[in-house]
Design a protein around this ligand. Sequence first.
Ligand SMILES: [Zn+2]
Ligand SMILES: [Zn+2]
Length: 334
Amino acid sequence: MARTCSVCGVRKAVVYQPHTGRSLCRECFLEDVKQRVKREVERWGMIRPGDRILLGLSGGKDSYVMLDILAEMHDPSKLVGVSIIEGIPGYNREEDIEKIKSHARRLGVDVVITSIREYTGHSLYEIVARSKARGSKQSPCTFCGISRRRILNMYARMYGVDKTATAHNLDDEAQTAVVNMLRGDIVGLLRQHPLSPPVSSEIVPRIKPLRKIYEWETAVYAVQRGYPLQETECMFINRFPTLRARVREELYRLEAERPGTLLRILENLDMLLEEPARRLEREELPKCEKCGEPTSYGRRICKLCEILEEAGVEKPAYTLRRPTLLTRTTRPRF
Ligand SMILES: [Zn+2]
Ligand SMILES: [Zn+2]
């Protein structure tokens, strides 16, 4: 049964959006996602005219969607991408990274490619194997997340950009919020708010333009635009059942029963936490005694140095190349 689009009333609907109860055609769906990203970016003043922004591009669907929309909203010559090869067999491979790099270049955005191995001296897989052999209980996801955040921030400082953008979607953000609540981590919850101040002068402010877009929507967007979907899941995802994995499952159940649940969680927190997030003091985090990068209060050495130490890496490389970015004199046309 072919339905007509609830928005334009002309074209054939190709996607049902449970949280609005609408059926949308390809064009109206893509426009809906774009406009919601734009509204969210404007609502919190995430991007100012002239801002130089570093985009974390994993090569996954979310990163294509973020790149697509930001390159349209903002001057592409002010954007630069960074792709990090984690070093997980079969996942986030060099070919995927090359694909997003050439796509970005067509949009006028240059991409720097690096790897966890380049920064720490070892791939993610090697660190996990070494940790396991030494009886360490650190989760690969913790190491992966910390390394990627660190590398993005190092490049953000290296190129002197104003913001770092990551393609976290609504599912990611709602899960993180619930995990923070369950752990009683009020500061973590406040820090998720788009208006919370930076934690250190060494950390470039981070923005998440896709924070109100469902993951299924980024998948549909990517398919409709012909971007590649990663078929392989990260091999570590189910081997380490974290609290987050359980929260994810429960939230999906609730979302299926009551469409819009994830959106309502984040919307309510955005409103409730706006004032306290604005009032958060701008902190200056202590510096890691080993690498000199900011670390949390009460820590002598940072989590990254700690994990590497536990894996038997006493002297991490901590180096990154600085490729010269392609200079663009003309703005590409869309
Ligand atoms: Zn339509
Ligand atoms: Zn450190």
